[in-house]
Design a protein. Structure first.
Ligand SMILES: *[C@@H]1O[C@H](CO)[C@@H](O)[C@H](O)[C@H]1NC(C)=O
Ligand SMILES: *[C@@H]1O[C@H](CO)[C@@H](O)[C@H](O)[C@H]1NC(C)=O
Ligand SMILES: *[C@@H]1O[C@H](CO)[C@@H](O)[C@H](O)[C@H]1NC(C)=O
Ligand SMILES: *[C@@H]1O[C@H](CO)[C@@H](O)[C@H](O)[C@H]1NC(C)=O
Length: 955
C-alpha cells in the first residue's frame, strides 16, 4: 500500500471520536470518499448530517453502529442507452482508499456507475469483511486485481462489464479465484478471459457456488471431462457466447441441482446425449445458436419442470408435432416459453400447440411450418408473445382469432401467406408493444384499429399493398414509439409539418409515394430511410447526433448538400444518390473521419472537385460519385481511404492520369469504375496488384498506350476481403439497398449490386489503346466479361482466350485486329455474347457447339475476309470440327438473381446490423424492448466483435 494512503487514513483516524449514531471515523471516511467522487446529479446530497447512518445508501448495524453496507448502485432507468455511455446520474471520479476505514463493511455496491476506465482498486482486497461486492457495469478497465482473492468471506461477486464502450476488463490468471472459498454467486460475464486456461479447475474449488455466469468471456477451452465434480450445488450456469467448439462436456450431467443452463451462442456440436435427462431440476434450458446434430426428443424426456426451452438455430430439423408429442405430458403442460426459431422444422401446429396451455411465449420464426393456425392456438390466453414470421403458414386472420389474446404484447406474422383482414373499427383486447405484419395483405386501407395501441414501440407494416394516405394519428399513437417501418407500400400524401416530438430511432418509409418537403425530424433518429419516394425541397438541415444511416436516394431533393451533415458525428451510411442536388461536395465531410463507411452521391448534379478532405475518411468502403458533373483530378489524398471496396467516379468530367497509388494503396478494391471521363495517359500496371478486383471499368476515356502485359496477374481467385459483415448474412434484416453499379455487359447496361464480387468484368472500350492484346489475358480464367471494343488494337486475337473458361461476353469490335478467329473460342461453354465486327479478321469462322448459337451475322460484319456461316461468304475447304462440350446454361444469367439475393442480404445485413451493431455503441436494451430478436442479434454481433477484436489483437 502506498504511503499516502496511510497518511490519509491517519489524518482521518486522529479526528475520530464518538458522534451520535455513527462513528466519527467512519463518517470522515465517507466524507473523504465522497470528496473524490464526481456526483453530477447530487445523489449524495444527504451525506452531510451528523448521523451518517441515515445517509442515502449507508446501512449501519443495529447493534454495533458500524457501517455494514454501502449501496451506491445507479439505477437502470438512469442509463440512457440511446445516448450510449451517457449515464446522467452515474457517480464517477476516483475511489478513495478511505473506504478501508470502514472496518466492518460487508456489502459494497458500485454497479452501473461510470468510473471512466479507471482500474478496480487493489485495496478492495483489504476489505476483509466483505461478503458482497458488486462492481458490474461500472466502466472499470484493465486487469481485475488478484488481491480480490483475499476476500475469503465473499459470498457474492459481480464484475460483469458489459455496457461500457471501449473499456474492457480482463482476468488472465484464474488461480486467485480458488481462495474465494465462500463464494456462492459469481458473475464475470463480458470479462475477457481468453488466457485463463484452468478456469474450470479453479471454479471446481468453490464447492458452495450456486450461480456462475461466464458468458461472453472468450473462454479459451472447456474441459470435456473432470476427475471429480465439486460444484454439485450449482444451480445456474451460463457460458453463452464463448465460441466454444466442442462436444458437450460430460461433467455437465453431474450438475444435478442445476435449474438454469445457458450454453447458447457457442459452437457446441454432436448429439445431445440422453444424460441431459439427469438434470431433472432444469427450469430454463438455452442451447440456441449451436450446431447440434439431429435433435432427438429423448434427452428431454424427464425434464418435467422445464419452463423455458430455447433451441434457436441449432440445426434442429424434422417434424415438430412428432417431436413435441414425445415430450412427457408434464413438460407439455408446464412449458411457458418455447423458442425454436431458425431451424428446419416442418409440419404444422395442429394437435399439439393448443395443448400446451401454460405457454406465454412462442417463437417459431424462420422455419418451414405450414398450414393454418388452429383455433386452439388463438385461445392460449396466457400468450404475450407470438412469433410465426417466415414460415409457410396461410389462412385468413381476423379480429375473431385475435380477440382472446388479452395479454398479447409482441406479435409477428411477417412473411407467410396470411391474409390479415381486421375490421377498421375493431377495439383489440390487448395493448401491443411490437407489431410486425410485413407482407400480410393488410391493404389497401391503413389499419385504423391500431389507434388505441398506446404502448406501441415498434410498428412494421411494410409490403402490404397499402394504398392510402399516412394518418396523422400514427405519430401520436404512443409516446414509446421508436421504430416505424412502413416501406414498400403505395402510401401517398405528405408528412406532418413536424415530427420532432416523436422519439423515433428507426424510421423507414422507403418505396412509397410520399411527397412534399421534409418535416422537422426527431433528433433521436439513428436510422432513416426515405428513399424511392417523391420528396422535394432541400435535405434536412439539422444535426442528428445519433444518426447512423441516412438513405434518401431516388427522390427529388434539390439545393446543396447541407453542411449540417458533417456534424452528424455518428453517420456511417449516407446515400443521397439519384436526386437533384447541386453545388459542390462539402469539404467538411472529412470531419466524419473514421465513422463514415458509405458515401453515395451518384446521379445528381454536383460540380467542382473532389475535396481533398475526403482522404480523412479512413473507414470508407464505398465511394460513389458517378454521374455528376465533377471535374479535376483524383485527389491524391484518396489513397488514405485504404478500406475502399468500391470506388466509382464514372460519368463525370474528371481528367488527368489514373494514379498509380490506386493499385498500391487500396488493396480491398473490388469495383473500380472511372468510365466516361477524360482520363488520359496509360493504364498503370500497378492496377494488377488489386487482388480482390472484380470489376474494372475504364471505358470511354482517352487512355492510350497498350494493355499492360501483367494483366494476367490480376488474381481473381482470392475471395472476399475478410470483413465481419459477411459472416452474419443470414439475418434477414434488410434496410434498403445502397444503390448499384452499372456495367455494360452483353451490349446493354445492367444494374448490379455495389458489393459485386461474384461477377468479374474488365471494360476498356472506347479509348485510344493500341498494341496487341497480350497473350497473358488468357490467365484471367474467372473473367466473365471482357470488352476491348473501339480502340486501336492490332495483331491477333490471342489463342489463349480459349483458356478463359468463364467468359460469357467478349467484345473486341472496332479495332484493327487481324488474322483468324482462334478456334479455341469454340470451347468457351458459357460464351453467349460475341462481337468481333469491324476489324480486319480473315479466314474461316470457327464452328463448334457454343459458337453455333451465336449465329447473328452482325457479330462478324465489317471483316470482309471472314468466311463461312453465319456469313454468306463461303470458304474453300469444308471440313467441320467437332467440339464436344457440355451444354451449359448461361452461368451469368443463372447468377443474376443469386447475386442480387445474396448481396441484398449482405448489404442489408451489413448496413443494418453489421455496421449498426458493430459500432459497439449499440446498447443491449435498445431493441430488446422492441423485439428480442434484435437483442439476440446484438449478442451475436457483440460476440463476433469480441472474437474479432481478439483475433486482431493476436495478429
Ligand atoms: C435494523 O432494524 C431495522 C428496524 O428494526 C430493521 O428493519 C433492519 O433490518 C435492521 N438492520 C440490520 C442490519 O439488522
Ligand atoms: C474440491 O473442493 C475442495 C474444497 O475446496 C478442494 O480441496 C478439492 O481439491 C476440490 N477437488 C477438486 C478435484 O478440485
Ligand atoms: C458423475 O456421476 C457419476 C455417477 O454418479 C460418477 O460415476 C462420476 O464419477 C461423476 N463424474 C464427475 C466428474 O464427478
Ligand atoms: C470446430 O472444430 C472442428 C475440428 O476441430 C473444425 O473442423 C471446425 O471447423 C471447427 N468449427 C468452427 C466453427 O471453428
Amino acid at each position: 500500500m502506498a504511503p499516502p494512503i496511510y497518511l490519509l487514513l491517519f489524518t482521518i483516524a486522529i479526528q475520530a471520536f464518538a458522534a451520535s449514531g455513527c462513528f466519527e471515523i467512519e463518517r470522515n471516511a465517507l466524507l473523504a470518499f465522497k470528496a473524490d467522487l464526481i456526483d453530477p446529479r447530487n445523489r449524495l446530497a444527504s451525506w452531510k448530517s451528523q448521523n451518517c447512518c441515515t445517509w442515502k445508501g449507508v446501512v449501519c448495524s443495529n447493534t454495533t453502529g458500524h457501517i455494514l453496507k454501502l449501496n451506491l448502485r445507479n439505477s437502470y432507468d438512469n442509463i440512457d442507452y440511446l445516448y450510449y455511455g451517457k449515464r446522467p446520474s452515474a457517480l464517477g471520479g476516483k475511489i478513495s482508499p478511505s473506504l478501508l476505514l470502514l472496518n466492518h463493511l460487508e456489502h459494497l455496491d458500485l454497479s452501473l456507475n461510470n468510473f471512466n476506465g479507471i482500474r478496480i482498486p487493489t485495496y478492495f482486497g483489504s476489505l476483509k469483511n466483505l461478503r458482497y461486492l458488486n462492481l458490474s457495469q461500472a466502466c472499470f478497465s484493465g486487469m481485475v486485481p488478484p488481491q480480490l482473492g483475499n476476500l475469503s468471506n465473499l459470498h457474492y461477486l459481480d464484475i460483469s462489464s458489459i455496457g461500457c464502450d471501449a473499456y474492457d476488463i480482463a482476468v488472465d490468471n484464474f488461480a486467485w479465484f480458488t481462495h474465494l472459498s465462500s463464494l456462492r454467486y459469481l458473475d464475470i460475464s463480458f470479462v475477457e478471459m481468453s488466457s485463463a486456461t484452468y478456469w474450470l479447475q479453479a471454479i471446481n474449488m468453490l464447492p458452495l457456488l450456486k450461480y456462475l455466469d461466464m458468458s461472453m468471456t472468450s473462454l479459451p477451452t472447456i474441459p470435456i471431462s473432470l476427475p471429480y465434480l465439486n460444484i454439485t450445488t450449482l444451480g445456474v450456469l451460463k457460458i453463452a457466447g464463448n465460441n466454444i467448439n466442442s462436444t458437450l462436456p460430460r461433467w455437465l450431467w453431474n450438475l444435478t441441482s442445476i435449474t438454469h443452463l445457458d450454453l447458447s451462442l457457442n459452437e457446441f456440436h454432436g448429439f445431445i446425449p440422453d444424460e441431459l435427462s439427469c438434470l431433472k431440476s432444469l427450469i430454463v434450458l438455452s442451447l440456441g445458436y449451436n450446431n447440434f446434430e439431429g435433435l432427438s426428443p429423448k434427452p428431454f424426456s424427464k425434464l418435467c419442470g422445464l419452463n423455458t426451452l430455447d433451441l434457436t438455430e441449432v440445426g434442429f430439423s424434422g417434424e415438430i408435432n412428432k417431436w413435441v408429442e414425445k415430450l412427457p405430458s408434464c413438460t407439455q403442460q408446464n412449458l411457458q416459453i418455447l423458442n425454436f426459431p431458425y431451424n428446419n422444422l416442418r409440419g404444422n401446429l395442429s394437435g399439439w400447440l393448443e395443448n400446451m396451455t401454460s405457454l406465454t411465449e412462442i417463437d417459431l420464426n424462420g422455419n418451414s411450418l405450414n398450414g393454418t393456425i388452429p383455433l386452439g392456438v388463438w385461445r392460449l390466453t396466457n400468450l404475450t408473445r407470438l412469433y410465426l414470421k417466415s414460415n409457410f403458414f396461410e389462412g385468413t386472420i381476423t379480429e375473431v382469432q385475435l380477440s382472446h389474446l388479452q395479454r398479447l404484447k409482441w406479435l409477428d406474422l411477417t412473411d407467410n401467406s396470411f391474409n390479415v383482414q381486421i375490421s377498421h373499427d375493431w377495439i383489440p383486447p390487448f395493448q401491443l408493444k411490437a407489431l410486425h405484419l410485413s407482407s400480410c395483405n393488410l391493404g389497401p386501407k391503413f389499419p385504423t384499429w391500431l389507434q388505441g395501441q398506446t404502448q406501441l414501440e415498434a410498428l412494421v407494416l411494410s409490403n402490404n399493398g397499402i394504398v392510402d394516405t399516412l394518418p396523422n394519428w400514427l405519430w401520436n399513437i404512443s409516446s414509446s414509439l421508436v421504430y416505424v417501418h412502413i416501406s414498400n407500400n403505395q402510401i401517398k400524401g405528405k408528412l406532418p409539418w413536424s415530427l420532432d416530438h416523436v422519439r423515433l430511432q428507426y424510421l423507414n418509409l422507403g418505396s412509397n409515394q410520399l411527397e412534399g418537403p421534409l418535416p422537422a425530424l426527431p433528433q433521436t433518429l439513428s436510422f432513416m430511410n426515405l428513399s424511392n419516394n417523391l420528396f422535394t425541397g432541400s435535405m434536412p438541415n439539422s444535426t442528428f447526433l445519433s444518426l447512423q444511416y441516412l438513405l434518401l436516394s431516388n427522390n427529388s431533393f434539390g439545393g446543396n448538400v447541407p453542411l449540417s451533415l458533417c456534424e452528424s458525428v455518428s453517420l456511417q451510411v449516407l446515400d443521397i444518390s439519384s436526386n437533384e442536388l447541386s453545388g459542390e461536395i462539402p469539404s467538411c465531410l472529412g470531419m466524419l473521419q473514421d465513422q463514415l463507411l458509405v458515401l453515395d452521391m451518384m446521379n445528381n448534379a454536383l460540380s467542382g472537385k473532389i475535396p481533398t478532405s475526403l482522404g480523412k475518411l479512413g473507414a470508407l468502403a464505398i465511394l460513389d460519385l458517378s454521374n455528376n458533373s465533377l471535374s479535376g483530378k483524383i485527389p491524391s489524398s484518396l489513397q488514405y481511404c485504404t478500406q475502399l471496396i468500391n470506388l466509382n467516379l464514372g460519368y463525370n468530367n474528371f481528367s488527368g492520369t489514373i494514379p498509380k497509388w490506386i493499385g498500391e494503396s487500396l488493396p480491398f478494391l473490388m469495383v473500380l469504375s472511372l468510365c466516361s471521363n477524360t482520363f488520359s495517359g496509360s493504364i498503370p500496371s500497378e492496377i494488377v496488384q488489386l487482388g480482390y478486383l472484380r470489376a474494372l471499368d475504364l471505358s470511354h476515356n482517352i487512355l492510350s498506350g497498350s494493355i499492360p502485359r501483367s494483366i494476367g496477374e490480376l488474381s481473381w481467385e482470392k475471395g472476399v476481403p475478410i470483413m465481419p459483415f459477411f459472416e452474419y448474412s443470414n439475418y434477414n434484416v434488410s434496410a434498403g439497398s445502397v444503390g448499384s453499379v452499372y456495367l455494360v455487359v452483353k451490349g446493354e447496361a445492367r444494374e448490379y449490386s455495389k458489393l459485386l464480387y461474384l461477377f468479374e468484368s474488365i471494360d476498356l472500350s472506347c479509348n485510344n489503346l493500341y498494341g496487341e492484346i497480350p497473350d497473358e489475358i488468357g490467365d484471367l480464367q474467372a473473367l466473365q466479361n471482357l470488352n476491348l471494343s473501339i480502340n486501336h488494337l492490332t495483331g491477333h486475337i490471342p489463342d489463349q482466350i480459349g483458356m478463359m473458361h468463364a467468359l460469357e461476353s467478349l467484345d473486341v469490335a472496332m479495332n484493327n485486329l487481324s488474322g483468324t478467329i482462334p478456334q479455341s473460342l469454340a470451347t468457351l461453354n458459357y460464351l453467349s455474347y460475341l462481337n468481333v465486327s469491324y476489324n480486319n479478321l480473315s479466314g474461316k469462322i470457327p464452328s463448334g457447339y457454343q459458337l453455333q448459337t451465336l449465329n447473328d451475322p452482325s457479330i462478324y460484319m465489317g471483316n470482309p475476309y471472314l468466311c463461312g456461316p453465319p456469313t454468306t461468304q463461303s470458304c474453300f475447304t469444308n471440313e467441320t470440327i467437332h467440339v464436344f462440350g457440355k451444354r451449359s446454361h448461361d452461368r451469368f444469367e443463372r447468377l443474376g438473381p443469386d447475386i442480387s439475393v445474396v448481396l441484398g442480404f449482405i448489404i442489408g445485413f451489413w448496413i443494418f446490423c453489421g455496421v449498426f451493431l458493430l459500432s459497439r455503441s449499440l446498447r443491449i436494451s435498445y431493441f430488446s424492448a422492441i423485439d428480442r430478436t434484435y437483442d439476440r442479434l446484438y449478442v451475436a454481433v457483440a460476440l463476433a466483435l469480441i472474437s474479432l477484436r481478439r483475433r486482431f489483437r493476436e495478429v
